[in-house]
Design a protein around this ligand. Structure first.
Ligand SMILES: [Zn+2]
Length: 291
């Protein structure tokens, strides 16, 4: 349960002010939602100004890495070449690739091509071909702060069907962003994403979603993109999370590669696309931190 401090205590936010003249009213608002049966975030999920600065500096690296990948990516290149770019740019800028060794993940970035939904493992044997679509999902640690975003790249001449999937998936993310409003449940956001995908004849992966991020790689809450309105955790200013729907051309069913225990595929082997941003919930909406 969300608890108040004593009125004259120093505020929990680190401002040095007294609680009553700092976050007391903010906490009262949260407690009011909680009393209505709405799931509310733990105070540990609210980022301080220092945290937000740290995440933004980490994101500068993450976005530079994805920019560099975007400049260089082309048919004939291996996904190991992408991994090399990610590792080089990240470390030269003073960061650490967050994916590397994360729960045993062997590479610095995830590269997921066509029917691969996510967690594709870079390899010198996987060569990009004309007509491929690929998601490059990159995460950086700088001074203990985590940034996370992913982009789609179209290799050469991509079919109109695949191009539309890539474009609509981006629109799904944008619909989600429009639904990021403070003091509303996060299920509203996921619902907006899902509806846009369905309207376009696509499905959305249920088992894997977004997450809180910033002081750790994966924080609460789990962010679903197939959620019902009015459900899920309250979006409160100061929270940082990712929006990263995985949108499938065919079934929403998926399976995991038995050989590497990482790579997720669509069950019907039809293409899947994903875009990811990391955002801060603000008093008026949101601020993008990493994209
Ligand atoms: Zn405060």
């Amino acid at each position: 349960m969300y608890t108040r401090l004593e009125r004259n205590d120093e505020c929990w936010c680190g401002s040095g002010k007294k609680y009553k003249s700092c976050h007391a009213a903010f906490d009262d608002k949260i407690i009011k939602f909680e009393s209505q049966g709405i799931k509310v975030p733990d105070r540990s999920l609210f980022k301080t100004a220092e945290d937000i600065e740290g995440i933004k500096k980490s994101a500068v690296i993450n976005m530079a890495v994805l920019d560099e990948v975007g400049d260089k990516i082309r048919a004939g290149m291996s996904t190991q070449d992408i991994d090399d770019i990610v590792n080089d740019v990240t470390t030269k800028m003073g960061g650490i690739p967050a994916d590397l060794n994360y729960e045993g993940f062997p590479k610095s970035v995830c590269t997921s091509i066509n029917e691969e939904v996510c967690h594709g493992i870079p390899s010198k044997d996987i060569i990009l071909k004309d007509g491929d679509i690929i998601n490059v999902d990159c995460s950086t640690i700088l001074n203990g702060y985590f940034s996370d975003s992913s982009r789609m790249f179209c290799i050469g001449d991509v079919s109109p069907e695949k191009k539309r999937l890539v474009d609509v998936t981006k629109e799904c993310l944008e619909e989600g962003l429009k639904a990021v409003k403070p003091w509303t449940p996060i299920g509203d956001m996921g619902h907006a994403v899902h509806q846009h995908a369905l309207k376009n004849g696509y499905t959305v992966v249920r088992e894997i979603g977004g997450h809180g991020c910033g002081n750790a790689f994966h924080e609460e809450p789990f962010v679903s993109f197939v959620s019902k309105p009015g459900t899920g955790m309250l979006m409160v200013p100061g929270m940082v999370f990712t929006i990263e729907p995985m949108v499938n051309m065919g079934t929403n069913e998926i399976f995991i590669d038995e050989d590497n225990d990482w790579t997720v595929y669509t069950a019907d082997l039809k293409p899947s696309a994903q875009w990811e941003v990391e955002l801060l919930v603000t008093e008026t909406g949101y601020e993008l931190l990493c994209w």
